[in-house]
Every structure is written in structure tokens, then in C-alpha cells.
Design a protein around this ligand. Structure first.
Ligand SMILES: C[S@@+](CC[C@H](N)C(=O)[O-])C[C@H]1O[C@@H](n2cnc3c(N)ncnc32)[C@H](O)[C@@H]1O
Length: 183
């Protein structure tokens, strides 16, 4: 990727991934989220980056505007994964890459059972005690269990028009990084 590449970080939240992209590859980064208070925190952390309020399902950018797009732990939260993928592809320049980091399905059966117990029992319990909102920590395992597994998401990316789709499991598949290129 060229050093002056323009990267869109969708569902950027408080901007940690946007800032990491800026610091590690020197890209010009725009972070987008529909939650204004998150964007305000992001801008306080790194005022020289652009943070834009907008909907991932209707990105406020022209077609083919970006060299790369990223979305970290955001795709799972969209009301339509297919529409989100179409929008990611639309704003990419030809040959530009999309990188999708998301929770996924652990690949080893024993580890999968352990992770399931942690996510469905321990996490909501401990998170509920600390934060006072058990439902917020129940949302995580619920949304992860409904989200497509590695192969299904890769197929959805191909259906959305991405080429060279591949994924890498992280921490035994608790998360996965999917990549795909706009033709
Ligand atoms: C779990 S946070 C991830 C934040 C950040 N990417 C990170 O990894 O720290 C998910 C983010 O998705 C955002 N989000 C969910 N649906 C969205 C949508 N339709 N458009 C824009 N942002 C959305 C939420 O506001 C939230 O900031």
C-alpha cells in the first residue's frame, strides 16, 4: 500500500484501530461511526485524524474513494452484513483491499467448548457485576453465535464481489481476519 494511502476505518468506535493504522503504516485515515460520543473520544485521542459521523450501511463517500477499508468488530453489529459488505466494496478503488476483523468460531472442539462457557456464562456474569449491565455482556455472545463462521463470511464476501478472499484465524479462531480485494 502506498505511504499516502487513504484508508477508511468503518465502525471505528473510539478510534483505536484508526490510530493504529495511522501509526503503523502512516496512512491517511478516516474513521467513521454512527455514534457521536465515540467519535468525540476518538478525536480527543488523535486530533490530526478525521472522524466522520455516518452509517456503515450507507457510507457518505463516493464510489472508489479509498485505497483500503477496515472494519474491526463492527460488521457483526450491522443490521445487514450483506449491505455492509456491498458498501465496503463500493467505496474501494479497484484492487483496493478490505480487511474485516471480527469474532468467529474457535476451530478446536475442546477450545470451542471452553470459549463457549467463558462467553455465555462467565463473561455476562462478571461483566454484569462490574458494569451493572448484564444485558450489554449478554449481547456479545448472542451476536457472536448469530454471526457467520469463517467459511460462510468468506463466501458472503465473494458473493458481494470481492476477489482473492482469504482469512486467518486468530487465537484459535476466537477472532478471524478476512481479506478481500475489489476487482
Ligand atoms: C465493538 S465496537 C468496535 C469499535 C472499534 N472498531 C474497535 O475495534 O475498537 C462496534 C462499533 O460499531 C459501531 N456501529 C454499529 N453499527 C454501525 C453502523 N450501522 N454504522 C456505523 N457504525 C456502526 C458502533 O457505534 C460501535 O462503535
Amino acid at each position: 500500500m502506498p505511504s499516502n494511502a487513504l484508508v477508511l476505518d468503518v465502525a471505528c468506535g473510539t478510534g483505536d484501530l484508526s490510530i493504529a493504522l495511522f501509526e503503523n503504516i502512516g496512512a491517511r485515515v478516516i474513521g467513521l461511526d454512527f455514534c457521536r460520543p465515540m467519535l468525540e473520544l476518538a478525536a480527543q485521542k488523535r486530533p490530526q485524524l478525521s472522524f466522520v459521523e455516518g452509517d456503515a450501511l450507507q457510507l457518505p463517500f463516493d464510489d472508489a474513494a479509498f485505497d483500503a477499508v477496515t472494519i474491526g468488530f463492527g460488521l457483526r453489529n450491522l443490521s445487514s452484513v450483506d449491505r455492509g459488505l456491498n458498501e465496503l466494496r463500493r467505496v474501494l478503488k479497484p484492487k483496493g483491499w478490505a480487511a474485516i476483523l471480527e469474532f468467529s468460531k474457535p476451530v478446536m472442539p475442546g477450545f470451542r467448548s471452553l470459549a463457549a462457557v467463558y462467553c455465555t456464562r462467565l463473561l455476562p456474569h462478571i461483566g454484569g457485576i462490574i458494569s451493572g449491565s448484564r444485558s450489554a455482556y449478554q449481547y456479545l455472545p448472542d451476536s457472536v453465535s448469530l454471526f457467520p463462521d469463517q467459511e460462510t463470511l468468506a463466501a458472503m464476501m465473494s458473493n458481494a464481489g470481492f476477489a482473492d478472499v482469504a482469512f486467518q484465524n486468530l487465537t484459535g479462531g476466537i477472532a478471524a481476519l478476512h481479506m478481500g480485494r475489489r476487482v
